[in-house]
Design a protein around this ligand. Sequence first.
Ligand SMILES: Nc1ncnc2c1ncn2[C@@H]1O[C@H](COP(=O)(O)OP(=O)(O)OP(=O)(O)O)[C@@H](O)[C@H]1O
Ligand SMILES: O=P(O)(O)OC[C@H]1O[C@H](OP(=O)(O)OP(=O)(O)O)[C@H](O)[C@@H]1O
Length: 235
Amino acid sequence: MSLKIGVPSKGRLMEKTFDWFGARGVAMRQTGAEREYSGAVDGIAGVELVMLSAGEIPRELAAGRIHLGVTGSDLVRDKLADWNTQVAELAPLGFGHADLIIAVPAAWIDVDTLDDLDAAASAFRAAHGFRLRIATKYHRLVRDFLTRNGIADYQLVDSQGATEGTVKNLTAEAIADITSTGETLRANHLKILSDSTVHRSQATLFLARAADWPPAERAVLAALATQLGLTPPAL
Ligand SMILES: Nc1ncnc2c1ncn2[C@@H]1O[C@H](COP(=O)(O)OP(=O)(O)OP(=O)(O)O)[C@@H](O)[C@H]1O
Ligand SMILES: O=P(O)(O)OC[C@H]1O[C@H](OP(=O)(O)OP(=O)(O)O)[C@H](O)[C@@H]1O
């Protein structure tokens, strides 16, 4: 047995995760070819690296198939019901920043806030006979946010990528997606509603409450937490 840690298997998140652990004396590396999803950890005994899609790490944590995992705080909150009963946040890692926001066409000059969206949604329904469509892949986070803000006259439409294009393609009137530089929103003639930050996301190290935590794994966790300069979590 060993302590399994799931990390993003490609791209910027993978590289920055490796940098973060490496700077703390835990050297992670990809083994095999560039596209081969296997890895190893040096500098600490008993830790096994599992390379996974960032989007699948929340599910693997919830199932207890990995003990620890690095992924975006947005993905954990969206993919897991009552996320903090299933995982514990051990440390924000300071990279992978992105804001989940709601945006509407820049041409909607009277719509700048959630209250304006609420009014626009009612008017839209009266005019068109169906609810204003908001395209997103963040269903749970967006639904909860809109409910908390008293907005009900809308429907979510699923978009798993290129979400900003749905407005131009006439499959949605508004979108809820992550933004970092804002370039994609600008290029698609969309503007952010000023009070619509649903979540400020960053890459985060999570612990799986449902994983097996026999004494050997607890000891590895304690050693790893010390090495990383984290308070060892209570299990
Ligand atoms: N500019 C950005 N674009 C996309 N994701 C970003 C950006 N900045 C930070 N992130 C974060 O990266 C994470 C998504 O990473 P990634 O797209 O690799 O995941 P994935 O859903 O597993 O992708 P794929 O399905 O392509 O494997 C999210 O937590 C997101 O908030
Ligand atoms: O604010 P920006 O810096 O422009 O970044 C935001 C964009 O990046 C992400 O898309 P990604 O490239 O991951 O592709 P996707 O649309 O397939 O999710 C996100 O969904 C936005 O579209």
